[in-house]
Design a protein around this ligand. Structure first.
Ligand code: IMP
Ligand code: MG
Length: 178
């Protein structure tokens, strides 16, 4: 598939991300300190780098699981329709669960995933999102912890893609079409 030409302008450096991840992990560790074993659920695929860094800074016993909801396809517009492509491997009933998401944009994905998980009766369900674009919100929803609030820009890097590319960038950059 041909794609329009674009360049990537750095928005958040690897160093800034690492510092923020450390802070988030500290707050999360404090908040779940009485939890016997936290279930950290990464939403695939965009959160895979973030969750890897985050769990290594969390000072608690954790279990890691993944869930994949359908995303944008290869466009930069949200499709509104959310489908579960890969469900959790484990049970979450009665467990303390932390959902880890890359970006909360319109909020459709997260609200759908939270509804699904709530129906399984976890003891506690919280969300940590690396990025938040509040100006794009269409469903009223807010993550318990947010790494960075960003303006309405399409971003890539640190696990986040544009048409499956640029996930391996160590920083977060905005896509600028040329
Ligand atoms: P929402 O359902 O509109 O909140 O979309 C959330 C999902 O869309 C995120 O988990 C990302 O996978 C994807 N997404 C939203 N904004 C961006 C972006 O700027 N770059 C890449 N993916 C994005
Ligand atoms: Mg996603």
């Amino acid at each position: 598939m041909t794609q329009p030409a674009y360049v990537i302008d750095q928005m958040i450096s690897a160093k800034q991300i690492a510092a923020r991840v450390e802070e988030l992990a500290e707050e999360i560790s404090r908040s779940f300190q009485s939890t016997e074993k936290l279930v950290v659920v990464g939403l695939l695929r965009g959160s895979f780098v973030f969750i890897a860094d985050l769990v290594r800074e969390i000072d608690l016993p954790v279990e890691v699981d993944f869930l994949e909801a359908s995303s944008y396809g290869d466009s930069t517009r949200s499709s509104r329709e959310v489908r579960i492509l890969k469900d959790l491997s484990g049970q979450i009933e009665g467990r303390d669960v932390l959902v880890v998401e890359d970006i909360v944009d319109t909020g459709f994905t997260l609200s759908h995933v939270l509804q699904l998980l709530l129906a399984r009766n976890p003891a506690r369900l919280e969300v940590c999102a690396l990025l938040d674009k509040p100006s794009r919100r269409e469903v009223e929803i807010k993550a318990t912890w947010t790494g960075f609030e960003i303006p309405d820009e399409f971003v890539v890097g640190y696990g986040i893609d544009y048409a499956q590319r640029n996930r391996n960038l160590p920083f977060i950059g905005k896509v600028r079409f040329t």
